[in-house]
Ligand binder design. Structure first.
Ligand SMILES: C[S@@+](CC[C@H](N)C(=O)[O-])C[C@H]1O[C@@H](n2cnc3c(N)ncnc32)[C@H](O)[C@@H]1O
Length: 214
C-alpha cells in the first residue's frame, strides 16, 4: 500500500469520527477491568523505571492519557488526527497533546521513560511496523517499558464506517501476538508479558508488555 495513502486515509477517517469516538469511548475504561489492570501495571513499571515523560502514541481523544495521569504518570498524547487532538485538548486542557505520526515520531532520542500504543498500531500496515518499532526504541530510554494493545487475528479488513455510522476508509489489521513479539525483538525490545482479552469473542484483544534493551 502506498505509504502516504494509508496515512492520509487514516487521518481523514479519524478526523471525521473524532467527536463521536470521544463520546463513545470517554468512559470505556470503567467497563474494562483487564485494560485498567494493564494500565496500572504499566504505571507501576514507569514508576519503577524512575518516572518521567510517557508518550501515548495514537492517543485518540486522550481518555487513556488522562487515566495514566490519574495513576501518577506524566503522560502526553500524540495522534495523526488533528481533530482528535483538538477534542483531547478540549476534554483534558491541562494535559499535553500534539499532532504527529508514529511512522516519523518527532521526539528526541531517549526522551521518554515509557511508551504506550493502544489500538493505534492496528492501522499500520505490516511493511511499516519495523519503522514504527524503530522509532519506539529510539525515543525510549534504555530499559523503558512499552505497552501495546491490538486486535488478535490473521485478517485485515477495510472499515468503511464507524462510531455512529460516519464514513471511514481505514484498514484494520489483526495480528497474532507471536508476530508482534517477533517484530519487537527484531527492533531491540525484550518481550516481558502478554495478556489475551476476550479469547472467546470473535476478535480477541491482546496487550503486550516489552522493554527497550540497553
Ligand atoms: C482506534 S483509535 C485508538 C485511540 C486510543 N488509543 C484508544 O485506545 O481509544 C486509533 C487511533 O490511532 C491513530 N493513529 C492511526 N495511525 C496513526 C499514526 N500513524 N500515528 C499516530 N496516530 C495514529 C488514529 O488517528 C486514532 O486516533
Amino acid at each position: 500500500m502506498n505509504a502516504d495513502r494509508w496515512l492520509a486515509d487514516t487521518r481523514t477517517s479519524y478526523d471525521t469520527v473524532a467527536v463521536s469516538y470521544a463520546d463513545q469511548l470517554r468512559e470505556a475504561l470503567a467497563g474494562a477491568p483487564y485494560l485498567r489492570a494493564a494500565l496500572a501495571l504499566f504505571a507501576d513499571l514507569v514508576h519503577a523505571a524512575g518516572g518521567g515523560p510517557v508518550a501515548d502514541v495514537g492517543c485518540g481523544p486522550g481518555h487513556v492519557t488522562a487515566h495514566l495521569h490519574e495513576l501518577g504518570v506524566d503522560a502526553f498524547g500524540i495522534d495523526l488526527s488533528s481533530v482528535m487532538i483538538d477534542v483531547a485538548r478540549r476534554d483534558y486542557p491541562r494535559l499535553r497533546f500534539e499532532v504527529g505520526s508514529m511512522t516519523d515520531l518527532d521526539l528526541a532520542d531517549a526522551s521518554v521513560v515509557g511508551l504506550l500504543a493502544f489500538w493505534s498500531l492496528i492501522h499500520v500496515p505490516d511493511e511499516a511496523v519495523p519503522t514504527v518499532f524503530g522509532h519506539f526504541r529510539r525515543v525510549l530510554r534504555p530499559g523503558g517499558p512499552l505497552l501495546l494493545g491490538f486486535h488478535v487475528g490473521d485478517e485485515s479488513r477495510l472499515k468503511t464506517q464507524g462510531y455512529g455510522g460516519h464514513p471511514m476508509n481505514v484498514h484494520v489489521h489483526r495480528r497474532q501476538p507471536d508476530q508482534v513479539a517477533a517484530w519487537l525483538r527484531d527492533a531491540g525490545f525484550t518481550v516481558e508479558a502478554q495478556m489475551l482479552i476476550d479469547p472467546d469473542e470473535s476478535v480477541p484483544g491482546a496487550v503486550l508488555f516489552a522493554r527497550r534493551q540497553s
